[in-house]
Design a protein around this ligand. Structure first.
Ligand code: FES
Ligand SMILES: [Fe+2]
Length: 384
């Protein structure tokens, strides 16, 4: 059968496009082969249920009274109301509407107004969850989940020098903008030139190399220093991040996941080692949590995009960095058609990331095995 040029074009776009995250898209199916963070552990107390969205789907995340976290489908199997509005009872959740009760695997175990025997024919989806480094991870793909990547350097460290924090920032644009920004070190020289990243002087030349975990970048600055960025497929960034608080004694170890919520929003969930004397930590944590709870970055970013302010006007270092990245990425639009881009040699990181995705998406489309990515050993450097 003849294939029309349009058909070929459609196919090509599908194989290189990892912007879409829904269950009916190729990249959405690819992303479902991995664990993704859905929430911070500290933000879900025992007995609490919330609705969380991941990869364009809705789920009910709850912590049983035992402390164990469970994730089941977002809607009740009876008449579809939002399950998270109900009640957590031990390790089960009871629906708000007519009281059907589900266990942590999504099996219906009680229906107060129904005959015995009906419940065992009813279930909602149940999904594996895992708490690690202060974050809750979930697997929403088919079959047995892959091993959860473990990062030993984040587990074992000198607690007199550093402590671990988690951070969460919600973004109102496609997750791929954020990912490609992470493998684009040249942006630092412009987007962050008035911030603490002044510790990274000059416009770097960039080298990118494929690794068994994804890719590694070297940003070589005019004075000869080299900064290393590590990227683990499909969504994990590891980098050294400059101090944002005066009490920090060294650059942070920053490990970031992007949780794609849907095609037009994502959440950055990270675990960091912050190097700081013990006496400063409570103060820092308090102000950091307050900043996240009322993150002014999106509003300031929108003001900058409307040209009402310039990011150079923001004096708070941590806030400035967040607004600067927001402006550069949201400046590309909520969802961005990349077909008109003009990439140059400094875009090697973006080009390599796209190549890895295209190769994996092609393998998935053709039914061939996917790459089994390793977990990286930390090499990231400040480049100072
Ligand atoms: S909708 Fe949940 S019990 Fe009726
Ligand atoms: Fe940035």
């Amino acid at each position: 059968m003849a294939v029309s040029p349009n058909k070929v074009q459609d196919r090509k776009e599908d194989l290189t496009d990892f912007s879409h995250v829904g269950p009916d898209t190729l990249s959405g199916r690819y992303l479902r082969h991995f664990w993704h963070p859905v929430h911070r552990s500290q933000d879900l107390r025992a007995g609490q249920a919330i609705t969380t969205r991941l990869l364009g789907e809705e789920f009910t995340l709850y912590r049983g009274q035992s402390g164990t976290v469970h994730m089941v489908g977002g809607r009740c199997a009876h008449r579809g109301t939002q399950l998270s509005t109900g009640w957590v009872e031990e390790d089960c959740i009871r629906c708000f509407y007519h009281g059907w009760k589900y266990d942590g695997d999504g099996r219906c175990v009680e229906q107060p107004a129904e005959d015995e025997g009906f419940a065992r024919k009813v279930s909602v989806d149940g999904h594996p969850v895992h708490e690690y480094l202060g974050l809750i991870f979930a697997y929403v793909g088919e079959g047995t989940p892959p091993p959860m990547p473990h990062f030993r350097f984040m587990e074992e460290f000198d607690e007199s020098k550093a402590f671990r924090i988690t951070e969460k920032f919600t973004k109102g644009y496609n997750y791929r903008h954020g990912m490609e920004n992470s493998v684009d070190p040249v942006h630092v020289a412009f987007v962050h030139r008035n911030s603490e990243y002044r510790g990274l002087p000059g416009c770097p030349s960039v080298e990118a190399e494929e690794t068994d975990y994804g890719l590694k970048l070297r940003s070589i600055r005019p004075h000869g220093s080299i900064r290393i960025t590590q990227w683990q497929m499909p969504t994990i960034l590891y980098i050294k991040q400059g101090p944002r608080d005066p009490a920090e004694t060294a650059w942070r170890d920053f490990l970031l996941w992007r949780k794609p919520v849907d095609d037009e929003s994502f959440v950055e969930l990270s675990a960091s080692l912050v190097y700081m004397p013990e006496g400063e930590r409570q103060r820092f944590l308090h102000s950091n949590e307050a900043m996240m709870a009322n993150d002014p970055a999106p509003e300031l970013g929108m003001k900058a995009l409307r040209n009402e302010i310039h990011t150079d006007d923001i004096t708070d270092l941590q806030l400035a960095v967040n607004v600067q990245d927001y402006v550069a990425q949201y400046g590309q639009g909520t969802f961005y058609d990349r077909s008109g881009e003009r990439l140059g040699r400094s875009d090697v990181g973006v080009i390599l990331l796209r190549k890895l995705y295209a190769r994996e998406l092609t393998a998935l489309a053709e039914g061939r095995p996917l790459t089994s990515w390793k977990t990286f050993e930390p090499e990231a450097t400040t480049g100072l």
